[in-house]
Design a protein around this ligand. Sequence first.
Ligand code: SF4
Ligand code: SF4
Length: 337
Amino acid sequence: MRFLREENIPLLLHRLSESATVWAPQVVRDTVNTVLFSPWLEGAEVETGLYSMLSAKELVLPATERLFSYRYSQAGGREKIEINADAPQEQAAIFAARACDAKGLAVMDALFLDRSGASYNDGQYRARRSGLTVITLACTTCDSACFCSSFEKGAAETAGSDIILYPATGGYLAEAVSKRGEELAALDLFRDSSLEKPELARTAKVELAGLGQRLFDIYDDLDFWRRTAEGCLSCGYCSYACPACHCFNIFDEAESDRTGGRFRCWDACMFYAYTQESSGNNPRPEPAHRYRNRLAHKFSYYPLNRGEILCTGCGRCIRGCPAGLDLRDAIRAVRAR
Ligand code: SF4
Ligand code: SF4
């Protein structure tokens, strides 16, 4: 194990920022306590006590990104189209991600970097992910919305991280969990340490065993889903905030009659228009249909198809739902039905 003194944190951020854009949780200017992962500038204060409203997924799957630009031209009396793919090159580091954020990256890696041919191998995602260093701050405390202890490793999860920092007196114990993490831990800002890791947070738990099948069993009980989703505003915050949700839409936007680009932007299955068909039919017309889909996708179809639960227990969708809906209440209701 290595040790990083508290006063060396700004030096670490400074060193990282010499070759990468460093993202860290920071209070958004002009707000009281809204925290977001944002680019760190020299001297800026990092907020490690409050939870960020959005996860770190924006670093690998931006809310909006251009995939390519196009230009029509005339050559030798013939129409030509030139396409230039955008290839992100930037190096980035995320400081003070939480284990649930990093695990969300690992969950998305399995989908977007799938080399088996069963899914995607997404060039834009790959470029961003391969340039990203993930420095995770282990949780020794939690709040009432956290429920990562419902999953096998809980707050001790290391998937998706390069290095984990454990709070200790006067600084942080540092444990490298990847080659990139080892390189970081070898910097002269760290020193060897024989300290023990601290006790990690233990959150409230929700029982997930058998949930996938249970969701299938009660899929058609629409009255149940109407009661469970009652009050949902279809705002989509839960999907946008989630480190594991990854739905997107693709659209072309013209800049002129000769030029334009293809863009990818976040989408959410909680929106009415997500499943709107051009015929006018919508197979998920009510919030109940959409809430059912969100839960079943995360805990039933996706685990069945790909062996992963699409939730890391970060609690964001619980903390931030404007209607006060709690995913854990829905899980308990499904199990009790
Ligand atoms: S469950 Fe809550 S956060 Fe999600 S769409 Fe409905 S109101 Fe918005
Ligand atoms: S479903 Fe909710 S608790 Fe689970 S990872 Fe997504 S935002 Fe976090």
